[in-house]
Design a protein around this ligand. Structure first.
Ligand code: ADP
Length: 401
């Protein structure tokens, strides 16, 4: 059997999976694991293989040490690169800028071109590049592929992609909407079309990726026509720790009057805002527990989250025109029935009606949660970005042979 090694390299962690690209979306991967707290004294490797969890704790100096430790552990378990037929290493890369709209087989020039996009994604692309460089060194005989989070949205209509900002400045600095979570929106929208038993091109839909990061996409006939994240993943919906859309004037105000540097404001808006900034927690399970204890901050944070989500839903229903399906995915979207129910409450006049019993079922694979008489189908579809990356990587490598 052929496998793909999928790597999602962050600034202090490397998540990895070994995936059979032909697997069913709901199947667990052969191997999944994560190296965490890279560069910290309490580094940790966790590997899941054959239903068992293997962990080790020790300082992990950098990404090279992290991936090296992981591969050594996989070899010891008998599921390492030399034990399996690995046909591709697929890397999640956050920002492809204007250069990459499709997955790309990685060579030195491609790495340089991904590096050129760092100004657009200073928080993400450097860590993605670290992962690529280390993995190419450790697994030199396997083709590596970059799959871009922005790729699915590369051809947004200009009216949705271009900001009303001075066009010379925007042009000089590649300022525009790129959109993110593209692999996830593409994956679940294809599944939604399959659940409707229709080709992608025949379906108009809205996909809501609600994880710690969150984004919405409007997709008409298989083509994205709008999405909520922008030049960076900071825009759009309220998220776990990010503001989502705010008046950009807030930034000038904080810079001029709160004595904050640009880097501090960047940290504030990306890491200390959103639900966490409002309620002190960013996990929706904790938020729900606080709401049940009548914590007012938690209740307000939740309402702000839902308010913003409904604003996007409403505008995307107009953008798409006739809507066939609305799909929830990612940690919150797949698991939090309150969010789903409140996001779509009182929309019967727009053809949306959730069935409360279906909505209350546990997260167990793709499912419909709309009532039989809902004109618009509402689905919960677990996302599987690693499988999507594996499939894209293996397909591209096969094309290149
Ligand atoms: P990311 O990939 O952006 O880190 P995920 O898609 O894994 O995020 O989503 C993580 C979030 O999902 C958690 O922060 C938590 O808010 C939410 N979540 C996970 N499980 C549940 C659950 N059972 N009920 C409600 N929310 C959940």
């Amino acid at each position: 059997m052929s496998y793909a090694f999928v790597i999602n390299s962050g600034s202090s962690s490397i998540k990895f999976q070994i995936v059979d690209p032909a697997a069913d979306a709901s199947e667990a991967p052969l191997v999944s694991g994560v190296v965490e707290q890279i560069g910290e004294p309490n580094g940790r490797l966790t590997v899941h293989y054959q239903g068992e969890k293997h962990s080790e704790q020790r300082p992990i100096a950098d990404h090279t040490a992290g991936l090296h430790t992981a591969i050594k552990r996989l070899e010891a378990l008998g599921c390492g690169p030399s034990d399996l037929h690995l046909v591709a290493v697929g890397h999640r890369v956050v920002h492809g800028g204007l250069v990459f709209s499709q997955p790309e087989v990685i060579n030195d020039q491609v790495v340089d071109m991904i590096r050129d996009q760092i100004p657009l994604a200073p928080l993400h692309n450097p860590a993605n590049i670290d992962g690529i460089e280390v993995a190419r060194e450790l697994l030199p005989d396997i083709p590596h592929v970059a799959v871009f989070d922005t790729g699915f949205f590369a051809h947004l209509p200009p009216a949705a992609a271009i900001y009303a900002i001075n066009k010379d400045v925007a042009g000089d600095h590649q300022v525009r909407r790129y959109g993110f979570h593209g692999t996830s929106h593409e994956f679940v929208s294809a599944q939604a079309a399959a659940m409707l038993d229709l080709p992608d091109a025949a379906v108009n839909q809205i996909t809501l990726h609600l994880g710690n990061g969150a984004s919405a996409a409007a997709i008409r006939g298989g083509e994205p026509v709008d999405t909520s994240m922008g030049m960076t993943p900071l825009a759009g919906l309220v998220m776990g720790t990010r503001t989502g859309d705010i008046d950009p004037g807030v930034i000038f105000h904080l810079y001029r009057h709160a004595g904050m540097s640009i880097d501090e404001i960047d940290q504030l808006l990306n890491k200390k805002s959103g639900v966490k900034g409002l309620a002190g927690v960013n996990d929706f399970r904790e938020l729900r527990a606080m709401i049940q204890e009548e914590d007012q901050d938690a209740w307000l944070a939740y309402n702000i989250y839902i308010h913003q989500l409904r604003r996007f839903l409403g505008s995307y229903m107009i953008s798409v025109g006739r809507v066939d399906a609305i799909t929830f995915t990612a940690g919150v979207g797949e698991n939090d029935r309150f969010v789903r129910a409140d996001a779509l409450a009182n929309l019967e006049m727009y053809g949306v009606k959730i069935d409360p019993e279906r909505n209350a079922l546990p997260n167990d694979g793709p499912r419909e949660i709309s009532a039989d008489d809902s004109q618009i189908k509402v689905f919960v579809i677990p996302t599987n970005e690693e499988l999507a990356i594996a499939q894209k990587s293996v397909a591209l490598v096969a094309d290149h042979r």
